[in-house]
Design a protein around this ligand. Sequence first.
Ligand SMILES: [Zn+2]
Ligand SMILES: [Zn+2]
Length: 792
Amino acid sequence: MTSDDFGSARLSPRDDLKLSPVDLLRRLRSRGAGDPVTHVERVPARAGVPAPWPPWAPTELRAAFARRGVVAPWQHQAEAATLAYEGGHVVVATGTASGKSLAYQLPAIATLLSDPRATVLYLAPTKALAADQLRAVAELELEGVRPACYDGDTPRAEREWIRRHSRFVLTNPDMLHHGILPGHAQWSGFLRRLAYVVVDECHTYRGVFGSHVAHVLRRLRRQCARFGAAPVFVLASATSGDPATAAGRLTGLPVTAVTEDASPRGGVTFALWEPPLLPPESGSSSPVPPQATGDHDDLHQVRRSALRETADLLADTVAEGVRTLAFVRSRKGAEVVAANARRALDDAVPGLGDRVAAYRGGYLREERRELERALLHGDLLGLASTNALELGVDLVGLDAVLICGYPGTRASLWQQAGRAGRSGQEALAVLVARDDPLDTYLVHHPEAIFGAPVEATVLDPANPYVLAPQLACAAVEAPLTPADLTLFGDGAKEAVDELVAAGALRQRPTGWYWRHRERPEVDLRGQGGAPVCVVESATGRLLGTVDGGSSHFLLHPGAVYLHQGISYVVDDLDLVDGCALVHAEEPDWSTHARDVTDLSVVSVRSYVDAGPVGMFLGEVDVTSQVVSYQRRRIATGEVIDTRPLDLPTRELRTVAVWFTLSPQSLTSAGVQTPDVPGALHAAEHAAIGLLPLMATCDRWDIGGLSTALHPDTEAPTVFVYDGHPGGAGFAERAYGTASAWLRATRDAIAECGCETGCPSCVQSPKCGNGNNPLSKPDAIRVLDVVLANLPA
Ligand SMILES: [Zn+2]
Ligand SMILES: [Zn+2]
């Protein structure tokens, strides 16, 4: 047993398994016609590099870890722990099950033991993770640490005890924002003595949410400073590009990164798998209602679906007696994969299907442990799961992991693949590509997966739509001073001036004061306006919320809305009250909203003049209106009708990246004038699809617009913008990596095996124009012109 076992259910090696991953893969790929495997990477086994306990680690703490089976730390744990213990801010960014928790537990608890007054604050993105960590710390059974969770579920009666007596408080950024910071007076004793702030899973703080959390942490630092404390930040991140910069942006502090993973790892044979193109006539016979899964769009299916392919692979591995975990993006998708695999197994050997189950988030802890137990004992051989596992059950050491569709980030990909293999035993991982430009690119460009990490965790604390409300919250907690403007960073002065002009703050000689009686209402996770509630008319039951930005698309009258796999139809969308009334109904069509978008350039922040090509970053105003929706048969994709909608226009001021080309350069490249709109449109779709390669966003975070002549640029132009007010850092990152981003876009289109464009290359599931016009060959020409001129 090693130190990375903390809290994980580690499957024991199986002597009965004789099939090597290479042989298993050979069997899987020889099933159909043609070879779906585009690449096989052998990720070698790695021996762990243990380090001695740091000399400062108290004996009783070493003994406590030893009781939990940790005889010595790994090199990276010891290195990060010592950096933190010596007062440096540190981020440890290593793989799944590499024991990141020990890296912060060691310095934090050592300090609690040596200084009886010190306190520690631990932040997790979810309550479940905080609860797991609480258990791990409590199981060390150390006198005087008194760890406790403090979140929305904590009974009132216990809260005061925790504030006064706990020295290791585990919470989440929302509670820090809504509860602890506004109540700082009651927390003064705790904050005054705060030695460490632990930010776990810090790569999840990205985009607008991440920008909010960045300011919550600055508010925390400010309150600590008022009480004379300057805590050390220890952050834990999944593997990502440039973790030191991301952690620095998140905390506003200089942070050292520890990235060399010294924990042992079993060897993994990692295959990239591209489902075959289907013959054209069978193109629409999808067995899975695409809309119902969220994994797929209703465009003509050109490739065999990743869900079907994954279900077949799961059935095949289980039939070989291989313990397999299949990761599927949506809950419904996981159920479909499990059901199909069960059916295939039962057809082969009646009863064998019982060895496969579906797992979804929301299970009780006991149910999760039961599933773990069944897998441990081999009663269960196959499990299809959403990524709930990432933050719920901790299960490592499987014989095979199937990943149905690129999970969006390399961090998630490795987190999922990391469930396979254990010390001393080889395992298999398979990434099954969906028909999506990014997936297609990745299975043909293994270097983007196995080479140096490219994508970074992106956030933008200077976003004025985040900064102003956060400064308002800070002002309520204590009047703002000029020194605070430095703390909150770029744009803080402008935001304060605007709050003064709006009458929210008043300037006095001693600082800026909040003028209102009530606190400002700021939701860290709210994006693009107040969320809209989805209510079942008959029962009044609240099904969930949809963020304001997507509500017109998803909840217009007549929309088919899916919630946890159940289908509802929207009767009414009340924009004033922010609520949609729905009833349960399962029609045999899906609905697809269309919008018209207009965009104007407000200002240019930066640009590159590259002869016939211009590349720009700046602010834009986007006006959009959802004007109609189509109803389409689920089984065939056939359009039943298009119905008009009467919804107001919406305005979004945000950040965009755009490029222009001279008409002459397009003509010389062979793009005929009538084909220019289709060429730009196709390039825009693919560029949006590939941006997640550069920054951790998904295509729903970004929008685009292309036109053969834009009034502000007076040229053929492609815009890609952040879909959140004020921007979230994605367009900025795209601008910063423009040539790499557009090179990948060009290659993804050129390498797709289709003839005229498909969902794997230039079609987009969220196109407002029904994917029309699109010209695949001309899109390649457009991007060639851009790349030929743009400096690398
Ligand atoms: Zn294609
Ligand atoms: Zn489009």
